[in-house]
Design a protein around this ligand. Sequence first.
Ligand code: BGC
Length: 750
Amino acid sequence: MINRESKQKEFIKQYYEKRIDDLIGKMTLEEKVGQLVQISPSIFGAFGLTFDETIEKLINGEITPAEFEALERNYREDEIRQGTLGCMGGVHGAEKSNELQKIAVEESRLGIPILFGLDVIHGYRTIFPIPLAEACSFDIEKIKESARIAAKEASAAGLHWTFAPMVDISRDPRWGRVAEGAGEDPYLGSVIAKARVEGFQGESLDNPESILACAKHFAGYGAPDGGRDYNTVDMSLQTLHDVYLPPFKAAAEAGVGTFMSAFNDLNGIPCTVNKYLLTDVLREKFGFNGFVVSDANSIPEVVVHGYAEDNKAASKKALNAGLDMDMSQGTYRNELPELVKEGDILEEVLDEAVRRVLRVKFLLGLFDNPYRTDAKKEEKTLLCKEHLEAARDISRRSIVLLKNENNALPLKKDLKKIAVVGPLAENAAEMLGTWSHTGNPSDVVTIISGIKAAVSTETEILYAEGCKITGEECIDFEGAVRVAKESDVIIAVVGENSDMSGEAASRIDINLPGKQEELLKELRKIGKPLIVVLINGRPLTIPWEAENVDALVEAWQLGTQSGNAIADVLFGDYNPSGKLVATFPYSVGQVPIYYNNPMTGRPAGKIKFTSKYIDGPAEPLYPFGFGLSYTTFKYENLSILSAENKIGDTVAVKVYVTNTGEVSGEEVVQLYVSDVVASRVRPVKELKSFEKVLLQPKECKTIIFKLNTKDLGFHDENMNYVVEPGLFKVYVGTNSKECLEGEFTIVALD
Ligand code: BGC
């Protein structure tokens, strides 16, 4: 059966290739270039601003999503009719997209359907946790399901393509876009990249509920100097391949249909025109055969980088490097025809890019089924019960319990009075996080509403805002203190605005902004149990909170179901199981800080001349993989079933994990490896496997990890991937710091 299916697929592919050849044979130069153009509708009278500037206003909250939607647009119908616009960004809604598609299919000369793309980063209308949060669940099936639901909703709204997943590794929480990725670890990042691609694309792209995914931003974008967005990136090729590229490779292997190039320059060459990345690595090494889109406006920015004299030179470099589609400004449309006519770009190179775009349109089934949805389907799908339930579940799984002194949590549901204070307690919009413009704050369950729904009808909830998220104004500490004094327990909800993370939102300081910490200090003085819930898009520096409050709940920005999910954890309906995927620094001065740092010759120790600081700790506040539960887990008897192994062998690592507490709970059992002596300095440890297990009270489970020794290599001095024989240490534990240890060797092949 499988064989027949794959033969059928092969046949269909060949049939498509013939149709593509046929089409390309009929296309004019302008029509070909049109397939490589992605532009959004222009907006008339939008405060006299360009589309991008208007988007910025929307993102900054200066105009509301409703105001934005209401602006009159030019949908470029003439360009569609002329066959010179192959792809549109910023169009969604079943009715509108079908209307435009009809023009493309019925009124353009060749009837080539349009591709509609948008940033659907963590949900379309049902907004899921920001990707960083979701990664903390370590729950790969749920992450896949979240992407699948995003695909169902987005496709019902007429979209074919999401500019996600962002698979950039980042070790720098100043960089606002950490919110959009899966954290600092290449292995976890790869597993999640695969899950998200599979979720978006489903088993087959021509399923009308599937959308095309896009692995972005290729590459190194998560490592800008100083953590400042768009800034330069300079790193060894070994670090690039060992740390930053694995999630991209995993996405390619999972069959991702598109890649997006990054804004930054990498080792002196802008990624938009980087042939090494776009052709040598992507096509030749990874075997990727989809298409590559530029990031918004990045082709003309090559001129600003000082790497091309004008847009024409930039376009020539970009297409020749392997960049197929131009997002945003129509630079290819303006420049490519002349470049081809003058012989600066070979027509074969242009045809190849067109072929890649058309191939994806065929794979999506758009030639045979250009209208994949309608208004009825859209209405039925968005925010449906099943999606909301799934969002609540993954949201509570994304929460990380950082501190819980004297079992301050979970709270009883029949307390008399609970004070819920802080600027984020009753807020809806900020719960949605970055890239949530298709969501709607009115769908959000706020934290107060979630708590009210969870407690007994007798319990009184007292609310005071206390202060704003940022700035010095509107301080109502007295109000907060008053309600806190009256209550049995204080829940303080503090953190960041949605737009303090995400694109162009790097921060110099990553502490709690505004007067929020001062508010917490006032509340602490009252002496009642103080539970702090953090709403934020990046690791924060919170040493005072870690030291002084009773319980600390890292809830991130969880989206539509925020309040319900947080209440589930606060009142023990869900036992928290999330683990940090990004190190929490003690101070911003420690950044970049990450658990898998290369071994230094002078590891931090008691004596002065070791790798540390004179004015603060070298250790992070909370390490990678850290997260508490309402129960406790005991790790015992780590054993390695084969002490000596050849390259290619599987090493089995066994450990017993017992739930030693009173309630059932899930634990993410983590396995790390270090290569003790190697031809390049290797990380102190690297995550190589994990398993999330559910344990009943007193239950013990045997966990057996199977490590393939082939996965324990790295890129050597000559950029060959090698697994070197020798001693390896294995660490298994509840986070990257607290582990049992064992070892094995890899012996040379005879
Ligand atoms: C971002 C991309 C995004 C694109 C389209 C750019 O500014 O870097 O991640 O997909 O805009 O919205």
